[in-house]
Design a protein around this ligand. Structure first.
Ligand code: HEM
Length: 398
């Protein structure tokens, strides 16, 4: 059976997940790394795993090159929401939520529109006279990184450094240990400086909000603040880039649906939801562990095993979504698992949705002749355990 985690065409990845799902919604599989995990491909079963009190994340600390990471650097990256369970998670999420509010995100809409328009100028310039443009490199990737920099309050003159460190630090496993440690050290050192600056000169950005966040007498420690900023970068950058680019690829492959969104832009929010269901960027959620024997979908998973719910498969479970292999933006709303489920449900979902709606809407509006520049079967998804994302998205815009 082909692994869904290797480089392949987008269709081959979905076919590999469909094959795994057909063999049973809860199955013990061996990953290409040789590690055994319980892969959950069924929709109800994935929801159950994501809400089961004995399926826990455990204490972070399993990032790349851990033997080479100095303890104080690890502590500044690991104390975050996705590496914690209740009651620690409950406390952190409560504090963080007082700063990461829907109002703050909605307030970013004009700025996101400005950033999108600027990036589309770059796409237009690069794609003049029918030239091929990689939409991932020129649009999908810079957009979320610029938005997060803006949200955090990273000043313009430090953006280039910040973005270079981030690109290496969040993809540590593809770089040698020294390169990763150097980038992560620079990033965390800079984030500490930024926090100190915002403490002295509070403003209306998210770091100032996190520094000021209080619940009763409680507040975030220095390591929790740096870890939270690190998590926002890790969780919000590539996922959003691939929602946009995987979304554009899916729309180009379904011209009737693309025509429908162009003709009726009010359908954009529904289109983004269907894109999340049909081809979301999170193949699986962060692996969890059983703290005791756990029954899911009639299968008993022993204690101490790794459990990996797979939204990409669960979102095409025919028991939940009729005709699941069909991309249909007029589908009645039904909750997909692209942002996870339960206590770790994506904190940044409103931001990701807003960025995707603005980005995809503005792109298809500005470039009526947008086309794929290669045959669809030449597109590849990156080899990855977590992310479902294209390696490049070559298009023409004129
Ligand atoms: C959690 C997906 C964008 C911040 C999650 C989880 C998923 C997910 C599946 C749950 C992981 C688990 O249970 O193991 C996505 C997708 C995105 C996206 C598909 C884009 C399309 C963002 C953005 C941000 C963000 C833009 C913030 C800037 C977070 C945080 C968590 C999280 C902080 C942890 C929440 C917790 O543990 O309580 N995301 N995410 N995400 N996401 Fe997102």
């Amino acid at each position: 059976m082909t692994s869904p985690f290797v480089e392949a065409t987008p269709a081959a990845r979905h076919a590999a997940f469909a094959e795994l799902a057909a063999a049973g919604p809860v199955r013990r599989v061996t990953l290409f790394t040789g590690v055994h995990v319980w892969l959950i491909t069924g929709y109800d079963e994935a929801r159950e795993a994501l809400t089961h009190p004995d399926v826990i994340k455990g204490k972070g600390g399993d990032g790349p090159h851990r033997d080479s990471v100095p303890p104080d650097l690890a502590a500044a990256m690991d104390h975050h929401l996705l590496g914690s369970d209740p009651p620690d998670h409950t406390r952190l999420r409560r504090l963080v939520s007082t700063a990461f509010t829907r109002r703050r995100i909605e307030g970013m809409e004009p700025e996101i529109r400005r950033i999108v328009d600027r990036l589309l100028d770059d796409v237009a310039a690069a794609g003049g006279h029918g030239a091929t443009v990689d939409l991932l490199a020129t649009f999908g990737s810079p957009l979320p990184l610029t938005v997060i920099s803006e949200l955090l309050g990273v000043p313009e003159d430090r953006r280039r450094d910040f973005q270079e460190w981030t690109a290496v630090a969040i993809n540590g496993s593809v770089h040698p240990a020294e390169t990763f440690v150097a980038a992560a050290t620079s990033l965390i050192t800079y984030v500490r400086e930024l926090i100190a600056h915002k403490r002295a000169h509070p403003s209306d950005d998210l770091i100032s909000g996190l520094v000021a966040a209080r619940a009763d007498d409680d507040r975030l420690s220095e390591n929790e603040l740096t870890s939270m900023v690190f998590l926002l970068l890790v969780a919000g950058y590539e996922t959003t880039a691939h929602l946009i680019c995987g979304g554009v690829q899916t729309l180009l492959a379904h011209p009737d649906q693309l025509d429908l969104v162009r003709a009726e832009p009010d359908r954009l929010p529904a289109a983004v939801e269907e894109l999340l269901r049909f081809n979301g960027p999170a193949q699986v959620t962060i692996p969890a562990r059983t703290a005791a024997p756990v029954q899911i979908g009639g299968v008993t998973i022993p204690a101490g095993e790794v459990v990996v719910p797979a939204p990409l498969a669960a979102n095409r479970d025919p028991r939940q979504f009729p005709n699941p292999q069909q991309f249909d933006i007029t589908r009645p709303p039904a909750s997909h698992l692209a942002f996870g489920h339960g206590i770790h449900h994506c904190l940044g979902a409103p931001l990701a949705r807003l960025e995707a709606r603005i980005a995809i809407g503005a792109l298809i509006d500005r470039f009526p002749h947008l086309r794929l520049a290669v045959p669809p079967q030449d597109l590849r998804v990156q080899a990855s355990m977590l992310i479902n994302g294209l390696t490049t998205l070559p298009v023409t815009v004129t």
